[in-house]
Ligand binder design. Structure first.
Ligand code: CA
Length: 238
């Protein structure tokens, strides 16, 4: 789950690196950890799926040339599965012609990086993809109506007044504000806020939504968290 790194600047993501060359795998994982991310590594697609069974990563960095199933096969399989279809994918390719070929293929990857790449480029591309695909993972200030949330200082204000939130309500609000207007089921909230494969009952979500609404009452913004009957919850400025 999202967390602050040592410097308190970036939201850390759990990144699955699928790369069979040990030197490259090590270089990538060293630099991603330096950037504040958590890294899990696999050498083959098969290994990657085994890891994913116990933990859903926030992003997959996937090499094109792998022993066994190719990176393209792995990307397609990730996209075809309900549990993994939303996970952002960045493909690594060895040559620009592989990259060109990839661009023409329907793999579902979010971005492509050609080897050799600089660690700085890699970290920047990951941040860009996370910002686009999983905005709750980044450190951007988010605003909706009169509500403002700063992930770095962990401060929330409503109509200019400070709002005190517990850590779960904070993550819940950050997730809602970065997905305005979208309806999320209780199961989706559990995956996103509590983490995949954590056993928490669905009504726990209702408890925290209630606390969040209560905290927004002072600034008169509790109406922004809306119940969608039979579906879940949504956040909207109207
Ligand atoms: Ca390879």
């Amino acid at each position: 789950m999202a967390d602050l790194n040592k410097k308190g600047e970036l939201m850390a993501a759990t990144i699955l690196v699928v790369e069979d060359e040990p030197a490259i795998q090590e270089l990538i994982s060293y630099n991603l950890q330096l950037a504040g991310h958590r890294v899990i590594c696999a050498e083959t697609g098969e290994q990657a799926f085994t890891l994913i069974k116990s933990e859903l990563p926030d992003l997959v960095l996937l090499d094109w040339m792998l022993p066994g199933a190719s990176g393209i096969d792995v990307a397609r399989k990730l996209r075809a599965n309900d549990r993994t279809k939303q996970v952002p994918i960045i493909m690594l390719t060895a040559r620009t012609d592989e990259r060109d070929k990839l661009l023409g293929l329907e793999t579902g990857a979010d971005d492509y990086i050609t080897k050799p790449f600089s660690p700085r480029e890699l970290v920047a591309r990951i941040k860009a993809v996370l910002r686009r695909r999983a905005p709750q993972m980044t450190d951007d200030i988010v605003a909706m109506g009169d509500l403002r949330l700063d992930p770095v200082s962990r401060r929330v204000t409503g109509s200019g007044k400070a709002i005190d939130l517990g850590p779960t309500e904070f993550r819940l609000l950050h997730f809602l504000m970065t997905h305005p207007g979208r309806v999320h089921t209780r199961a989706q909230f559990l995956d996103q806020i509590w983490g995949d494969h954590v056993f928490v009952e669905e009504r726990t979500v209702d408890v925290h939504i209630r606390r969040l609404r209560k905290a927004l009452e002072d600034s008169g913004l509790e109406h922004m968290i809306q119940t969608v009957r039979g579906a879940g919850y949504r956040m909207s400025a109207d």
